[in-house]
Design a protein around this ligand. Structure first.
Ligand code: SF4
Length: 322
């Protein structure tokens, strides 16, 4: 008699399935944690996910859709793609994908490509004008669609890359906020992938077989300085596992009194008070962050985020004041 039992998995297939399962859990946990930590999504939100067709925005949409099913709060998701009319842009791919996922979506057709080509001299980088135009259009679309949050697919490595770009070339300690209010004061922009390493998104895109649209259609070269910084960060990550996570964590644990920004700390006016500071002045302590001791393996490990959905619930309750 014929049976319909599935054949047992080979050890390799079992290992691969185990790794994918771990990746999925990690991705959802990190996204849930970022949403919770920065109160990115609240009950009743309509989240507009900006979808470019690259691995990051596909990953963002995918994970948000999954969290939406399991979250204790209600929020809706609408995917928006701006078709900039770049030559060769395969306009059918995103509508087909989004229809197959049953996601509400909107494709905004705006020929920013011709504007940028006309205004920027041949050979100059087009990205600055292009992204300014795109941002303006997306803000308008968000308003028309009644979106309460605009979600972008920037990840942990984008954040770190921006920090280093600004330090190396701009003389500023400035990254990419996980949540911000737009310059016109009317929109909240969120980056739920703020904790997610790019390599995880690469693996997730491969696993989910997203129909990736190449990002070279505009013919613009990726910013060379950004490419170099990305290479530097990847090398560090390979040579010193944990370093990237530690650096990333450091930017959420800033000590203004131990930096040099007079706008952040009143160095000019500090005086001895005669009172004991419970925190103490740890400037010369051996075991704090100014020590030259090699970090222990435990301290180099990335912090394990707690369960994402519990965090999501907590942020919602806190932000709604209930
Ligand atoms: S890479 Fe191309 S599409 Fe992207 S911002 Fe630059 S010019 Fe615009």
């Amino acid at each position: 008699m014929q049976t319909h039992d599935t054949p047992p998995l080979s050890p390799e297939a079992r290992r691969a399935a185990h790794e994918t399962n771990k990746l999925s859990k990690r991705l959802h946990r990190l996204v849930g944690q970022a949403i919770s930590d920065y109160a990115m999504i609240e009950d009743g939100d309509r989240v507009m996910v900006c979808l470019s067709g690259g691995k990051d925005s596909y990953g963002l949409l995918d994970i948000l859709l999954n969290l939406q099913q399991r979250a204790p709060i209600q929020f809706s998701v609408i995917a928006v793609n701006l078709d900039q009319k770049q030559p060769g842009f395969p306009a059918h791919i995103l509508p087909e994908y989004l229809t197959s996922r049953g996601v509400e979506f909107h494709i905004e057709n705006q020929d920013t490509y011709s504007i940028v080509k006309r205004v920027i001299p041949e050979g100059d980088t087009m990205c600055s004008l292009c992204s300014r135009l795109r941002r303006g259009i997306l803000y308008r679309v968000a308003e028309e669609l009644g979106a309460t949050k605009i979600a972008l697919g920037h990840h942990r490595d984008d954040f770190l890359g921006t920090i280093f770009l600004n330090m190396f070339f701009g003389g500023k300690l400035k990254g990419m906020p996980p949540k911000l209010v737009s310059d016109n004061g009317r929109h909240t922009v969120i980056r739920p992938l703020a904790y997610v390493p790019e390599t995880d998104l690469e693996r997730w895109a491969e696993h989910r077989a997203f129909p990736i649209i190449p990002c070279t259609l505009c013919g613009s070269q990726e910013n060379l300085q950004r490419v170099q910084i990305k290479r530097m960060l990847r090398q560090w990550d390979q040579q010193h596992p944990g370093r990237i996570d530690n650096m990333h964590r450091a930017f959420a644990h800033v000590v203004p009194s131990h930096l040099m920004d007079r706008a952040l700390f009143p160095f000019e006016t500090i005086r001895p008070t005669g009172e004991v500071n419970p925190q103490g002045d740890k400037a010369f302590d051996e075991d704090d962050d100014e020590s030259c001791a090699t970090p222990t393996a435990a301290s180099a490990l990335p912090a394990e985020a707690s369960i994402s959905l519990a965090g999501l619930r907590r942020s919602t309750v806190e932000s709604s004041g209930t």
